[in-house]
Design a protein around this ligand. Structure first.
Ligand SMILES: *Cc1c(COP(=O)(O)O)cnc(C)c1O
Length: 395
């Protein structure tokens, strides 16, 4: 018999992100499967209504779609964006924000970020406006709102449309107003697996513009116009429909909406948990050679979709070394984002160089996103904190 202690059990790998799916979500999906109605139907409709109520505006138009990318595409299509037009957005985003502009044959004008918030720099927007500019797509990076009042002022002054990429911003407020209820033309949320709530894949286009919503509803399902039925009322047989445009296949299934109905009910509690974890990180990292993410102004809500650290110039390791050291301690990290100007497609199409985007480039070289999600236990949070400290050579 040996007296030595057993070797410590290696902790399981802590992934960068995980969804939190409860028994209610599972039961609702099973109910959908048993109902015989698995594609878009009553639950997708209920989810749209519940989403409007969550935004505190039961009359706002909510159009459920199978991704945020689809929602962004539909919003721009409904606004008539097309060849010859330019749309301004941030280089510091996911390619989906910009690719939808190219789907429509319009051109993307990428601009640099504000180094304090990593959100699109409003002065750079103004400098990028040309006679061809039609629209601005702000991204509420990590879940911290862009200064929308100032951005909407710029848009009004120049007669531009605004479509918010709110993939990170649920729920986020600015001046106490929820993103989705501001004065932009449309706002698009994502329910991708790693977002603040998930339907597996899914998104929601939100607008107060009834005409935009009507067009998006037609185009989300093959260009089928259901309003045509109204003209004939009861005389139209149930099998009849009219195609008014070459639409897309962007509808959200009831299986996905079943998840969404219950995720939405938990969203406020999810946000509180995320904020709690973010506060623990901010406190634990205050003495480290890091630039910590900015918090929302007093009284406003940060969704804390991402917790993005920036290694300070005096940090003893590079970003890549830091990520490797975290990985060696069993912690998954990510980088948000490899900026668009670095990717071959965007770089070559528009002749972009890193020098054109100094703040985004510097952020890219120094940022790392660490795990922050509701399925983390307090012990997981402490483990991440210890790993960050150790990876920076601090006990
Ligand atoms: C996730 C994400 C998207 C795309 O969302 P999907 O629902 O996957 O299409 C768009 N923009 C940003 C900033 C994102 O993070």
């Amino acid at each position: 018999m040996t007296t030595s202690a057993p070797a410590p059990q290696a902790l399981p790998f802590l992934p960068f992100a995980l969804p939190e799916i409860g028994e209610e979500e599972i039961a609702e999906v099973v109910d959908t499967l048993r109902s015989g109605w698995v594609t878009t139907g009553p639950k997708a409709k209920r989810f749209e209504q519940a989403f409007a109520e969550f935004l505190g505006e039961p009359q706002i138009e909510c159009v459920a779609v199978n991704s945020a990318t689809a929602g962004l595409h539909l919003a721009l299509e409904a606004l008539g964006i097309g060849p010859g037009d330019e749309v301004i957005t941030t280089t510091h985003t996911f390619t989906a924000t910009a690719e939808v502009v190219r789907y429509l044959g319009a051109d993307v004008k990428l601009v640099d970020i504000d180094p304090a918030t990593l959100n699109i720099d409003l002065a750079q927007i103004e400098a990028a406006i040309t006679p061809r500019t039609r629209c601005i797509i702000p991204v509420h990076y990590a879940g911290l709102a862009v200064d929308m009042l100032a951005l909407l002022d710029i848009a009004r002054k120049h007669g531009l449309k605004v479509v918010e990429d709110a993939a990170h911003a649920l729920p986020t407020t600015i001046e106490k107003e929820l993103i989705g209820t501001l004065g932009s033309n449309a706002t698009v949320f994502s329910f991708y697996a790693n977002k603040t709530m998930t339907t597996g894949e899914g998104g929601m286009l939100v607008t107060r513009d009834a005409e935009l919503a009507r067009r998006a509803r037609v185009m989300r399902l093959h260009g089928i116009n259901r309003d045509a039925f109204d003209r004939f009322t009861a005389k139209v047989p149930s099998w009849y429909y009219e195609i008014v445009a070459p639409g897309f296949k962007y509808n959200l299934t009831d299986i996905a909406a079943a998840l969404g109905l219950h995720q939405l009910k938990r969203l406020s509690a999810f946000q509180v948990r995320r904020e709690h974890i973010a506060e623990a990180y901010l406190e634990a990292f205050a003495d480290l050679p890091l630039i910590l993410p900015p918090q929302a102004p007093e009284g406003d809500t940060h969704s804390w979709h991402l917790f993005v650290l920036r290694l300070a110039d005096e940090a003893p390791v590079s970003r890549d070394q830091f990520i490797e050291a975290m990985f060696a301690r069993g912690i998954g990290c990510s980088v948000h984002y490899v900026p668009l100007h670095q990717h071959p497609y965007w770089r070559e199409r528009y002749g972009l160089t890193a020098e054109m985007f100094p703040h985004s480039q510097k952020a890219y070289e120094r940022t790392v996103s660490i795990p922050l999600y509701t399925a983390m236990t307090d012990a997981d949070v402490q483990r991440v904190i210890a790993a960050v400290r150790a990876s920076l050579g601090v006990a």
